[in-house]
Design a protein around this ligand. Sequence first.
Ligand SMILES: *[C@@H]1O[C@H](CO)[C@@H](O)[C@H](O)[C@H]1NC(C)=O
Ligand SMILES: *[C@@H]1O[C@H](CO)[C@@H](O)[C@H](O)[C@H]1NC(C)=O
Length: 395
Amino acid sequence: MHRYRSSEGFSLLLLLLAAAVCSSTTTAAAQPIKAAYWPSYSSSTFPASSIDFSYFTHVLYDFVQADPASFEAVVTPSDAQALPGFVAAAHGSNAKALLSFGGGDAKTTFPSLVSSRPARTSFINSAVAAARTYGLDGLDLDWEYPADVDQMGQLGDLLTEWRTAIDAEAANSGRPKLLLTAAVYFSRSLLSLDSNPRSYPIQILASSLDWINAMCYDYHGSWDTTVTGAPAALYDPKSNISTSYGIDSWISAGFPSEQVVMGMPLYGRTWQLKNPVDNGIGAPAVGIGPGNQEDGTMVYSAIVEFNKKNGATRVYDSSTVSTYSYSGTSWIGYDDPESVTNKVEFAKARGLGGYFFWALGFDDGDWSVSAAVLTNCSTKVHKEDTSSSALAGSI
Ligand SMILES: *[C@@H]1O[C@H](CO)[C@@H](O)[C@H](O)[C@H]1NC(C)=O
Ligand SMILES: *[C@@H]1O[C@H](CO)[C@@H](O)[C@H](O)[C@H]1NC(C)=O
């Protein structure tokens, strides 16, 4: 865990880099993080036992919630049934298993949970206890999103107290410290989400979390059906809604790059084109396309099937580092082995700690996307990179 004050500036940054160099040459601590969330609702269709752990170092069980009255972590009967198998599958393959709190449904609980110390304490103690009960290796918070400056401050209070509790528990129990991570917005400021500007408390996140899971996706989708868009563009020549902008916003604000884990989607988003021959990124559209009828999402395995069945044209777009396909008026923007390969090269160049996928069970039967990173990226490592970046190691 690096602690730093941005006022101390560049020389401290150099010291940290030097420390990273030394630690990566003397220990195996700088293993790149290759993570994926496992939606527990899919435990019947995609059980934890079917996860191929050759592609992952960390898996996250999503989601559990906090009780809105007591603020204690709620492990439901179905969680209690699924968690032991999830943990056993991970540990049987030397991967770490984390428990993730929140997700899209938790909006109502977190604001009150973070607003008082007793509520935070109740949540933290019960979350740590749940992790130990089920033999988990860590905890993750997915709050989408703190709504204003006050809630950002209270998120900082929660994480500070959570870190203290985790350190104390490990000291008392003599067991390895639980990991503590958080899924966060793709950029450090939530400027583009609504008109309520707010930024994450970077120094608190850096000192209390092992790493952040930056959700670098959902840039375009069913909320704007007038034009097609690359849902998880690495670059966007026309706006700041891109992974490169988001990742760089964290780093340039002083967040340690090795504590940034870059998210990538194993699903696409679909549009219905206005005119089948005008079919690029930014082409006029009239609605959502095939896939989920409510939000036009389609998991990668279904995209592969759709493309094959419909003889769709696949295009890799190097200006955004994304892939799209079209057939008639159906248009799908997504990530595939090629775009993911190039995104991970970007992550390596930025010295990030690793990457994660949303979500397990969405890749095709051959694990094509998950596997591409390993096949394509490992041979490209330059020796001089191995010191400063966890990801520059063998992936
Ligand atoms: C992108 O962000 C930078 C500052 O981070 C700002 O100066 C620029 O105007 C933004 N560009 C767009 C297109 O919003
Ligand atoms: C990465 O590897 C996959 C096979 O796993 C291949 O299909 C794909 O084209 C490769 N992409 C690049 C950019 O090399």
